[in-house]
Design a binder for this molecule. Structure first.
Ligand code: ADP
Length: 157
C-alpha cells in the first residue's frame, strides 16, 4: 500500500520552514498532499487560491507532492485520500504544546492515523507565516523567509 502523507496547514503564505519540512519528508512517503485548510470564519491574508498557486509553483518539479484545499476535519480528509500519516513541523516547545492535543485527539478520531513530526532546522525556528505577513504589511523584505521561486509573486500580490 502506498504511503500517503497529508501536510495540513494554513500556509498563509508558505515559508522556507514549510518548504524544508516537505522536502525532508519526500523520501519518507510515496506521496505528500500539502493541504490548505479552508477556514470559513477567518479570511486569510492571501486567498486560498493564491496560497495554492504559490505552493504548487514551489513544488512543481516534485512529482510526489501535490497541493489541495480541504474543508472539515483533517482526519476525514486523510480517510478520503487513503492517507494514514499526518505530517507536521515543530519549532519550539510552544509548537509541541499546541500539537500534542491535536495529535492525540486525531488518534482517537482515527486510530490508524500516525502524526509524524519533523523538528525544524535551527535556521528556520524563528520563521512563521505570521512574521512574513507582518513584514509584507509594511513592505519589508521577505526574501530570506519565503521560497526563492515565489519571491516575485508574493511581492506582486
Ligand atoms: P497551522 O495554522 O495549521 O499551524 P501553519 O501554516 O502555520 O498552519 O503551519 C503548518 C505546519 O507547519 C505546522 O505543523 C507548523 O508547526 C509547521 N511550521 C510552520 N512554520 C514552520 C517552520 N519555520 N519550520 C518548521 N515547521 C513549521
Amino acid at each position: 500500500m502506498k504511503k500517503i502523507a497529508v501536510f495540513p496547514g494554513s500556509f498563509d503564505p508558505i515559508t522556507v520552514g514549510h518548504e524544508a519540512i516537505v522536502r525532508r519528508a519526500i523520501s519518507l512517503f510515496d506521496h505528500i498532499i500539502v493541504a490548505i485548510g479552508h477556514n470559513s470564519v477567518k479570511k486569510g491574508f492571501f486567498s486560498e487560491q493564491e496560497r495554492k498557486t504559490m505552493l504548487s509553483k514551489v513544488f512543481e518539479n516534485d512529482k510526489t507532492v501535490s497541493v489541495e484545499i480541504y474543508e472539515g476535519l483533517t482526519v476525514d480528509f486523510c480517510k478520503q485520500k487513503k492517507s494514514k500519516y499526518i505530517l507536521r513541523g515543530l519549532r519550539t516547545g510552544v509548537d509541541f504544546e499546541y500539537e500534542s492535543p491535536i495529535g492525540q485527539i486525531n488518534k482517537v478520531l482515527y486510530p490508524e492515523i500516525e502524526t509524524i513530526y519533523l523538528l525544524t532546522l535551527p535556521e528556520h525556528s524563528a520563521i512563521s507565516s505570521s512574521i512574513v505577513r507582518e513584514i509584507l504589511k509594511y513592505k519589508g523584505d521577505v526574501s530570506k523567509f519565503v521560497p526563492k521561486t515565489i519571491i516575485k509573486d508574493i511581492q506582486l500580490i
